[in-house]
Design a protein. Sequence first.
Length: 436
Amino acid sequence: MRFLHSLQARYTTAATTLLFMLTALGGVSLDLAVRYRIEDRVFFDAEQVAARWSAQVRSGALPHPASVSGAIHLVQLVDARGRILVASPDAAGRPRLSMLRPPADDRLQRRVECAPGRPCLLLMANRVSPAPDAPVVYAGTVEPPLCGTHRLEYLIGGAGLLIVLSGARLMWWIIGRALRPAEQQCQLASVTSHELRTPIAGLRLQLEEALLHPDHVNPRDTIRGALSVAGRLEAIVQDLLAMSRLRDGRPEPHEPIDLAALVTAEVDNHYGGTPVKVCTSGDVWVHGSRIQLIRLVGNLLSNGRRHAETCVTVCVASADGRAVVTVTDDGTGIAPADRERVFERFTRLDEGRRRDSGGTGLGLAISRDIAHAHGGTLRIEDSPSGARFVLRLPLFDPNAIGRRRFTRPGRTDHRPDPGPDPGRAAGPEPEPGPDR
């Protein structure tokens, strides 16, 4: 577990680092793109204003200062000697906006003028003509605050940090979810190894003792003990295979099942030992795997008989659209703190070990997996005495779909009722035997 948590942390760190680099690259690109977009728009508008003033000067007239409107509010017409001939109202009284004088072969140039202690200006310088004494029109505006300050960087940086933190948390969850099966497999392998070690060590001890002291050991007792241990090992392996099939989602044939009849038949099969009382209230139908439900009911009956003092009571009913099976014993019960723990694999309380030392500790875990595979639940609820296991499964109405024969999971064959067989003698149908 510690190794897997370390692996999860390393993968998350690597993924977060990559996300940080991509976010930083994207943030820088976004910052440059936003700045370029804003400045390009300002320069475009300034070029339009400068072009209009230059056209008026070339036509022999001086532009009217009040003709300036919109975002481009700083405009000056400066002659070749640097004197300001005409200025817009906002540019009047200002010194020359720029010392740049475009050459005759490149009369239109962009300029960013920054003076100490004052905001920068985005200007377009337009030389009116190639003539040596041609004046220059300067048009522009103060650099927008989003570009002139670090607001854009702070905004993008804050958004990027939020993305990285959210991404790191999401990566931790995704990687943890991806590694969860490996965590479960490691835990199962560890617990299984521990559970198998004890019977294997006992078997080895018996065989070594028979080999080292053949005159003092009864061979029949040794073989009998070895068979007992082998039987427990076989039971553990079979339960592990059953649990693996359930958790892998392998399909099992499903069919309509009369749950009351199934429980009654299973109680009859568990003859001898602690008596079991059955109470049913009409037909209770479910849709599922008969083999799996028989095993579930059998596990609950065996568990109840193992812990009961005098009797076990099994009731089958329906409530709130669910089939309900309760198995109640009159034993010592299960403490509330242990009611979920008993469904864990290889978990056996001290009472269970005392009454049955040969159990696998997988029966209740398999039973809950079967309940979940059928869309139901299995839990321990309060009882005046003893333990009360409650199984709830979705109800099934066999009359809702007519006569339907189920062949295999996911497929049904609709066939008409053939009616009575004329070549067959009249009489009651034989009772079907238990399917196990």
